[in-house]
Design a binder for this molecule. Structure first.
Ligand SMILES: Nc1nc2c(ncn2[C@@H]2O[C@H](COP(=O)(O)OP(=O)(O)O)[C@@H](O)[C@H]2O)c(=O)[nH]1
Ligand SMILES: [Mg+2]
Ligand SMILES: [Zn+2]
Length: 290
């Protein structure tokens, strides 16, 4: 029995990475009857059968599963956020952070295109976001800066790159792994057709146990339904200040609210809190923020 991680699924075939090598496998019949569809990121057991065909026989229990793009066992989200081009949109950034928190996945904020930044831009982001995310790194794919720090954060993990289209995700991936060449020949042979051009999520193998999932940029970002009264729970930096007069304080209009006091004293970012109030209002109206 061998063990690996699914990096890609195309037309009923799955790439499974084992110690840095990818094998093309099918799902064994037993899996199909169990109605679990293997996903990118799944840790699986697989077997060599006769004629050199390989079969996935078991999918190990998932630590998490995200739906868009479908992926299992995501260790962290790398939120790629350009300082400029496109213009910084902090409200959208907050929505993405909330979405990650709702999935229970830690987020690293990767501020990119730093070659375009003024000194103040980076300080501003640090001041407002360092408490909101597990790490912040500043990179430039053009100047190849900050990449080593990012590599260290990605080592041994499955990271999902997220961010609006044009933020610089693919450039970052190329800068991180300039020599990465995908092996598509093996699959093409089995399928008896040329290079597959359909869009699919695909895990890049950036080392034997380091995986990066690039995602297409989105324009239709819509997180799961969310009760406005739960919104503040997805702001990690609010927690330590949520010592309020009312047990069920949602930190909007209540008196003696620890979070509002923390905003006044500068302990909690006014930008983050202001956007929180905005999103709360939107959610209250339609339970969605679009
Ligand atoms: N100045 C600058 N431009 C960048 C940087 N990274 C990406 N870009 C440019 O931003 C545009 C979008 O990049 P891309 O990687 O395709 O973004 P994606 O849609 O998030 O994958 C391209 O024109 C890149 O050349 C960077 O670090 N600095
Ligand atoms: Mg891209
Ligand atoms: Zn409160």
């Amino acid at each position: 029995m061998r063990e690996g991680v699914i990096t890609k699924g195309v037309g009923g075939f799955y790439y499974v990475a084992e110690n840095g090598t990818e094998h093309v496998c099918r799902a064994a019949g037993v899996l199909r009857t169990r109605k679990i569809k293997p996903a990118v990121g799944d840790r699986v057991l697989f077997e060599d059968e006769d004629h050199g065909d390989m079969y996935i026989t078991e999918i190990k229990a998932r630590e998490n599963y995200i739906r868009r793009p479908p992926a299992a066992n995501v260790d962290q989200i790398i939120l790629v956020f350009a300082v400029k081009e496109p213009a910084a949109d902090y409200l959208l950034l907050d929505k993405l952070l909330i979405d990650g928190a709702m999935n229970g996945i830690p987020t690293v904020l990767c501020v990119t295109k730093c070659d375009l930044a003024q000194e103040n831009d980076l300080d501003f982001i640090t001041a407002n976001y360092s408490a909101a995310v597990s790490d912040i790194v500043f990179t430039s794919s053009r100047e190849l800066s900050g990449l080593e720090e990012l590599r260290v954060l990605m080592q041994g993990k499955l990271s999902l790159l997220r961010g609006v289209s044009g933020a610089g995700k693919t450039s970052l991936l190329n800068a991180l792994c300039p020599h990465m060449e995908r092996e598509t020949g093996e699959l093409s042979k089995k399928l008896k057709r040329g290079k597959n051009t359909t869009r699919h999520s695909e895990l890049m193998l950036a080392g034997t146990d380091t995986f990066i999932l690039d995602t297409p940029g989105f324009s239709d970002f819509e997180p799961e339904q969310l009760d406005e009264n739960d919104l503040w729970k997805y702001y990690p930096e609010f927690y330590e200040y949520s010592v309020c007069r009312y047990m069920n304080c949602v930190h909007i209009n209540e008196p003696e609210c620890g979070i509002k006091e923390a905003v006044e004293s500068g302990a909690v970012s006014r930008l983050r809190y202001g956007n929180y109030v905005k999103l709360y209002g939107v959610l209250k109206k339609n339970r969605r923020w679009q």
